[in-house]
Write a protein that binds this ligand. Sequence first.
Ligand SMILES: [Zn+2]
Ligand SMILES: [Zn+2]
Length: 326
Amino acid sequence: METGIKYHIWQYCGHCGCQPAIGDCFECQTCSLGPQRYLCGRCMKLYERDEIHHPAKESFHPIAGLHQFKPLIPESRQFTDDWTAIPLPDVQKPQLPRISLIRPEFSSPHGGCIAGYGFVVRLNNLSIMLTALHVLDPIIKTNNVDCSIKNINHTGDELPALMLKVNLYDVLETRWVLHLVATCHSMLSLRHARIDVPEPDASADIAAFEVNDKPVLNPLNLAKNLPQKGDAVWLHVKKEDCGNLISAVVVECTEQTLIFRFAEINGTEPKYTSGAPLVDRSGKVVGINIGAGRYAGQRFGHANHVANIRRHLESTNSISFRSSAY
Ligand SMILES: [Zn+2]
Ligand SMILES: [Zn+2]
């Protein structure tokens, strides 16, 4: 990476779509967390002159009015050539059971939201649905919950106490909304789960729910060990022309994050993939997909890896939904 140039690898401009955002980059404080909340320096000037529309019209949860932005600190880490040079291993993709990938829908007293993806794992005889915490941001905002790293009083009980209902749909069906496959009855209180941590640190971005057991759902297993640099991994999302598994290779695995580079993708790139499982060659889960980036013409992703998932799940209470509301 050239020095002196500001790169924002994990951000793309929600207006002109440039990625990485080079130079200044601004993060909207009003929009819900999501890839479209950034503006590059050029588009920010246009927004200030009222010459472009923000939030983008196709936003999931657009909020009206004037939006507040803050400048973003560019990526300061030094990346190695490994990021683009590690070869994609020639390994056969795993066979995953049908139905293991789901789309969760959350309801709270002040509105609901739909996440990109979630998946179910079997752990200590419980079926647990995992997704990214940031996909719940519309609910977090409308219910005034502060689960940012700044809030030292956050206990992890706040969101579970608000949750009314979680529906899980078979996302691989064309009209997935007609294919409800399970519901959840409680959310796990994860004391250290947080949003607003600068990317690519993904270690706090997790939400977990206990599933009402349904035989139609096929849980995945968590991998025992962290993947290593150079290992093959696959992102399991809805993309039929590649068997719903996008090939990737691990380029970095640290305590905070698991970074992988995607193989070239034919056709349209899947959007809103947060919460999808990243699996290894045996189909075991090595991470929860959190964010996407671009550098040197290649696509990257980062995930909350399995060691951190286990750490979050180890000491937790589950809090039942206030189902009396229904
Ligand atoms: Zn732009
Ligand atoms: Zn905004």
